[in-house]
Design a protein around this ligand. Structure first.
Ligand code: NAD
Ligand code: MG
Length: 401
């Protein structure tokens, strides 16, 4: 029986993970549920899954949750604040942690799970982008097993040889190809993008996701963050990571070997597949996702991303090549700009402009420790707020309930 701690339980990945878990009561129990401030939804989940711990970052919301659950006779301890999230990530009651908090806010709890040697399923790509090599080292030293949930990285993981150790040339790998849908603005006239609304940017053609990652998909910053994520997860240099647009989101990514073989993982665009694969690995379990009928699929198309339409992608490649704090600065500026766009305080093209300007303004330096990375993150948030003419306290804004 695996006992799962779910960080980001009230979000889109949280919903998909609990759907898979509920199909297999013989295999999985929920040990902990953590989220930002949605006490009502977390209370309902506690009644259904009876975790040992329920944690909310927001202290008032945690009090409300405690009141909601009082008298229900549940075995659940309610925890609050950043310490509560960290306890949910490293608690004795869980052997498996699914990291699905959105944004840099997920770094500390995800890191706590890595240090505690958990089986760590990572959806929170921003934690990997910020933590980078230091995060991977902490996971190794803590004895954690990292399993990627992001659909592209999960696809790559499935196409790698069993026991892959992070050395692509030893494994005969020539390159990794990440697929991207191109998002809702793939064919829209770029001149009209300054009038794009948050709802239009979040209307993803294939995936239903949280609002931050949906905007990242519209700018293709999501793919840029995923290139950085793939570099850290698989030890592959950026020159050997390619991106191809594939509007149907059926081929989730590919690995090419030196003999010319290309292995791909295919499936419906439904996050329950990668979540089930990682939860059960190395076993296979039902996820609720149906068969892929190739004979009835529309033709599968592939095209190179247009750099003029999606400038954020090159920004991410450049930041990865620059190294040091550049990827941290990029991620922080993007979080500030996306939150400003979603809050109606910035236009869509300002997301790229903010990221490019912040990378110029914040001197990038080496980040030997995670503390240095967090300092660079804070400095970049202040610079991004200044660029957007926002008060500096807008830099730590919540991205979801
Ligand atoms: P979401 O907005 O639907 O949910 C986010 C979750 O994080 C919620 O439970 C929210 O309460 C919690 N949260 C937000 N801020 C928090 C904070 N400061 N402290 C604690 N909890 C906080 O987002 P999502 O779409 O589920 O995405 C979650 C993560 O998974 C992101 O990093 C995203 O990039 C990644 N991911 C998502 C998908 C997808 O299909 N949704 C696919 C691949 C990767
Ligand atoms: Mg992805």
């Amino acid at each position: 029986m695996r006992r799962v701690s779910l960080l980001g339980a009230t979000g889109s990945i949280g919903d998909s993970a609990l759907d898979v878990i509920a199909r297999h009561p013989d295999r999985f129990a929920v040990a902990a549920l953590a989220a930002h401030r949605n006490a009502k939804k977390l209370a309902a989940l506690c009644r259904r899954f009876r975790p040992a711990i329920a944690a909310l970052l927001d202290v008032d919301a945690a009090r409300a949750l405690e009141r909601e659950l009082a008298g229900d006779g549940l075995p659940t301890r309610v925890l609050a604040g950043p310490e509560g999230l960290i306890e949910a990530a490293r608690c004795r009651e869980a052997d498996t942690v699914l990291a699905a908090i959105v944004g840099a806010a997920g770094l500390e709890p995800t890191l706590a799970a890595a240090r505690a040697g958990k089986r760590l399923l990572v959806a929170n790509k921003e934690a990997l982008v910020i933590g980078g090599a230091a995060f991977m080292r902490a996971a190794r030293e803590g004895g954690a097993t990292i399993l990627p949930i992001d659909s592209e990285h999960n696809a790559v993981f499935q196409c790698l040889p069993p026991g892959y150790t992070g050395d692509p040339s030893a494994a005969g790998i020539r390159r990794i190809v990440l697929t991207a849908s191109g998002g809702p603005f793939r064919t829209r006239d770029p001149a009209g993008l300054s009038a794009a609304t948050p709802d239009e940017a979040c209307a993803h053609p294939n995936w239903r996701m949280g609002r931050k990652i949906s905007v990242d998909s519209a700018t293709m910053m999501n793919k840029g963050l995923e290139v950085i994520e793939a570099h850290h997860l698989f030890g592959v240099p950026s020159e050997a990571i390619d991106v191809v647009i594939h509007p149907q989101s059926v081929v989730h990514s590919l690995v090419e070997y030196v003999d010319g073989s290309v292995l791909a993982q295919l499936g419906h665009p439904d996050m329950r597949t990668p979540i089930a694969q990682a939860l059960a690995w190395p076993d296979r379990i039902e996820s609720g996702v149906g068969s892929l009928r190739l004979d009835t699929l529309a033709p599968l198309a592939f095209e190179a991303p247009d750099p003029a339409r999606f400038p954020c992608l090159a920004l991410a490649y450049d930041a990865l090549a620059e190294g040091g704090a550049a990827t941290v600065v990029l991620n922080a500026a993007n979080e500030v700009a996306v939150a400003a766009f979603l809050g109606g305080r910035a236009r869509f093209p300002a997301i790229y402009a903010t990221c490019a300007a912040t990378l110029e303004r914040v001197a990038t330096r080496t980040v030997p420790t995670l503390g240095d990375a967090l300092a660079a993150d804070a400095e970049a948030r202040r610079a991004a707020c200044a660029f957007l003419d926002l008060p500096a306290d807008a830099s730590g804004m919540p991205l979801a309930a």
